[in-house]
Design a protein around this ligand. Sequence first.
Ligand code: ATP
Length: 196
Amino acid sequence: MIKVGITGGIGSGKTTVCEIFIRLGISLYNADSKAKWLMNNNENIKLQLIERWGSQLYKNNQLDRLFLAEIIFADKKALEYVNSIVHPAVNTDFKKWSLLLTNEEYVIEESALLFESKAFNNMDVTVTVYSPENIRIERVIKRDKVSREQVINRINNQLSDQEKVKRSEFVIYNNEKQSLLEQVLNLHNELISRSI
Ligand code: ATP
């Protein structure tokens, strides 16, 4: 079974691309939503976060995301601390998840932070979904009802697109010119042929 990591900047179309793979019957692990889940359900993670910021970090046993966001926004070291706890836990969880699917030809991990979190070390194939920045900004403003400045701020906090593309074996161009479906089908066929 081949493990495929799909990444891309905010609003690049990772989820849109992964939805096509799901329709092709491919199993998907969403690292970003799993990270959120683990922060609420993994006792080890909770203990380490509470040890640092106190029990007010959880309200009714649920992570106070706004409170954590304020801490992280103001302190880079705090973000690094959270990542140093959550990223390894997600990577371990992905390994366990994929062990149950060894009969499948390939599986996908979707992660905005595939390279930053070191998740790419678990992958056989890496893919970046690439969209020009102006298109990404417009899409995210529309999707999340946020300001242009907020989107640009989020973009500036991620590894650059150029770096992601450079480190990936495949690139899917989501630029409203090339067909997404065709590119996904080509990659699907390539992955199937490699798995045989
Ligand atoms: P994030 O990292 O913020 O979760 P993402 O990379 O997963 O973003 P998507 O959520 O797939 O990106 O896409 C961002 C928005 O742009 C969504 O509202 C999606 O429906 C829209 N979108 C993506 N690709 C296209 C496309 N080719 N044509 C039209 N709309 C698109």
